[in-house]
Design a binder for this molecule. Sequence first.
Ligand code: F6R
Length: 618
Amino acid sequence: MCGITGYIGEKDAYPIIINGLKRLEYRGYDSAGIMIYDGQELNLSKTKGKVADLEQITDNDSKRKAGTIGIGHTRWATHGVPNDVNSHPHTSQSGNLVIVHNGIIENYDTLRKELINRGYTFHSDTDTEVLVNLIEEVKKQENCKLGKAVQIALTEVTGAYAIAVFDKEKPNEIIVARLGSPIAIGVGKNNEEFFIASDASPFIEFTKNVMYLEDEEMAIVKPGRDIRVRQISDDSSVEPNIQKLKLSLDQIEKGGYDHFMIKEIHEQPKAIIDTYRGRMLANQGIIKMAGIDNNLERFLNAERIIVVACGTSWHAGLVGEYLIEEMARIPVEVEYASEFRYRNPIITPKDIVIAISQSGETADTLAAIKLAKSKGAFVFGVCNVVGSSIARETHAGAYTHAGPEIGVASTKAFTTQITVLSLIALKLAKEKGTLSKSEFNTYLQKMQLIPEKVQKLLEIDEKVKEIARIYKDAKNCLYLGRGFNFPVALEGALKLKEISYIHAEGYPAAEMKHGPIALIDEDMPLFVIATNKGHYEKVVSNIQEIKSRSGKIIAIVTEGDVTVKEIADHVIEIPETEEALTPLLTTIPFQLLSYHIAVMLDKNVDQPRNLAKSVTVE
Ligand code: F6R
């Protein structure tokens, strides 16, 4: 987590860095800081809080803003509470070196003690202050330039990092390096200027030429010269790989919506189309997925599919389990990446691992992939961010093409992940012959209708708002679903928790009577998914059980439902589709509900407390 930015060139660095930090705030927003070099002095400003708080300090102080070189940071705290002192950038003891860092230096305590023995004093609780002083110490001991000192120092640290380092004694360059945390370098015309950032969004209006550092690489950026890339382990040089950026500015702006989350909820019809476009050729009865087509034998001979993911992506993985087992009859296990990576799992070369991640940077998912690869499994990635670490680490994969997701609470990433998983299940079912041709074609036809059904569902916004108004002060909520919609219940509860801070749990509807039923009283809202083909009668019985204990029932039903309507306090209708595809619809009212409750409670919808969009620490 944390976002880092930097600029070196002839423009004013301050507005570029501040605007860049605002775009990176999804990565963390506990504190923010900026260093601008004015040709003589390093001007450092930092504060607890958001980039807007930082601006208040700098706004009326032209001295803090003058200069064409600088680095900035927006923090998600790991070592040390969020306060002014722990905020980045951090300076070295001499005051010459300045660093911004995203990641964790795991052996910082040992290094810190060694540096204290050598006379260093520390002002913050951060691992980053240790790193900048380690670089300074190496520079002194080796009597070398900054680049060499950074390279040597990084061979002594364990952990993860993306860093940008500046040396007042050599003010015409910035050194960047990465291991486990992303870093992109924007290359200006004729190499006259360079932009540094955790992703490319801070510099899209300035350049379309971008280079993504690979793990264990560092780069020296100096205006007027090609980027110099080196391998950290042995200082050998690496050919820079400069690519063309496809991102556009309107994709990362709110476009008239109050929040990114609601914008992204409304983008889902298009996002789903973008996900299956070119892959699902419904009229020809074909699904084309290069990542599977090129490795078909492996997929057809797989004894098992293991899905690894975290959070919302894990919920999508659970829907994938139901889909793949139902359609393609391949056994599927779904694992939290954080558990999988540490529990010595049994994996064989006959397993296929599907790693799901919106950001493509989640540390636990990345580690799970590396473990699976080391045991010979074939790893298929389902990522949203093009060129992300997970996309590059997997053997093959399919992008979700949802476009940038900036709201911290995942919405369109979830539905597009389910779309990809549906395509995978259907494709494998076709290849294995586990679905008849007509069943397969029916699914394709129904899938093609999903975007317009999502569009129609979005029109229930006012009704959902009304329900939100009634239940916004609830202290606890239960979300219940069965079969394909059990993971949607989990996801509904997660959405409510993370943005409104109301405690909520998702359960398989029938499990309720094994414990959670004890919680039900007249103050407890229960959100129940009761679609007409999803074990409908059983869920209706569960609803009756709730009713007899005075719980408030908000049910999601299929259009035209009569039975549940008579029992429930409120119903929300979703359009008819195949049961296996209903998660793409049932999740929409839950997203809207969480959004409206959070807005009514005056919570920070796009940047909920303690969270960050990209979890690059374990
Ligand atoms: C919840 C949410 C998180 C992420 C999780 C995994 O709304 O966004 O639970 O789903 O941190 O992130 P990715 O998908 O980027 O690996």
